[in-house]
Design a protein around this ligand. Structure first.
Ligand SMILES: [Zn+2]
Length: 238
């Protein structure tokens, strides 16, 4: 058992871990690779299809729906409070941006007609695509055989989804309004280099877009924001 195997045992990076006691990364990867060969599908196909389904669920969530459906699949998205980082990373764990992969949501995928269902952590997309890893015998394992059946993965089909980059102003710091700010009547929008300084007195009067990026402020307050971007699904083959 090497350092990566040890890190993935229960109770180190997460309570359940990424491996069950005694399993090794290499052993799990090799076993699953044999299953994929038998099924005639690839790690990329799994990752692409799951990424597309997360993409559809995210579009629905942006409209306020945690439940949605696409073709015969019902999707239910659960967001966690924090991020789960990829356990393969071995570097400075204080730098969130330097981790090779992360996830903050689970997607429950159900095909009611066929009586099939699975819960998939977002991090699985990265771990399958970049590390060929479906996890060991833990509650978060993405079992390739049952997922291939649920998603009706077919040999030779390219499932790569198409995404667009959507720029938006992300909040870096938010505070409530001071006594003096509350007496003002107007919003204040100030550019400070790459950042946006905003005193939102009447959020409903703010523009929905600023400098080509979405601006969403719901509550009065003082905001320091930074321009970020997120990927939005455009289309995906099925
Ligand atoms: Zn990784």
């Amino acid at each position: 058992m090497n350092a990566t195997d040890k890190r993935m045992q229960p109770g180190i990076l997460s309570e359940t871990g990424f491996l069950a006691g005694g399993e090794t990364v290499r052993g799990v990867i090799e076993q699953d690779a044999r299953t994929l060969k038998e099924l005639g599908v690839t790690h990329v196909q799994f990752a692409d299809r799951l990424e597309a389904l997360f993409g559809y669920a995210t579009l629905a969530a942006e409209d306020g729906n945690d439940r949605s459906s696409i073709d015969d699949l019902e999707l239910q998205l659960h967001s966690w409070m924090g991020y789960q980082m990829c356990p393969f990373f071995v570097g400075d764990e204080r730098l969130v941006s330097s981790w090779c992969g992360k996830g903050s949501r689970d997607l429950v995928i159900t095909d009611a007609k066929r009586g099939l269902s699975a819960s998939v952590p977002e991090l699985a997309i990265h771990m399958i695509r970049d590390h060929s890893f479906f996890q060991g015998s833990t509650p978060y394992r993405v079992d390739p055989r049952s997922i291939a059946e649920l998603l009706t993965l077919r040999p030779g089909v390219r499932y790569t989804p198409v995404f667009e980059e959507v720029p938006f102003w992300g909040t870096r710091v938010a505070r409530g309004l001071s006594f003096f700010q509350k007496r003002r009547k107007k919003n204040v929008i100030e550019r400070r280099g790459e950042e946006l300084y905003l005193i939102a007195i009447r959020p409903e009067e703010l523009p929905e877009e600023l400098d080509g990026a979405e601006l969403k402020v719901r509550r009065p307050g003082v905001y320091e924001m930074r321009k970020l971007s997120r990927r939005r699904l455009i289309s995906a083959p099925t």
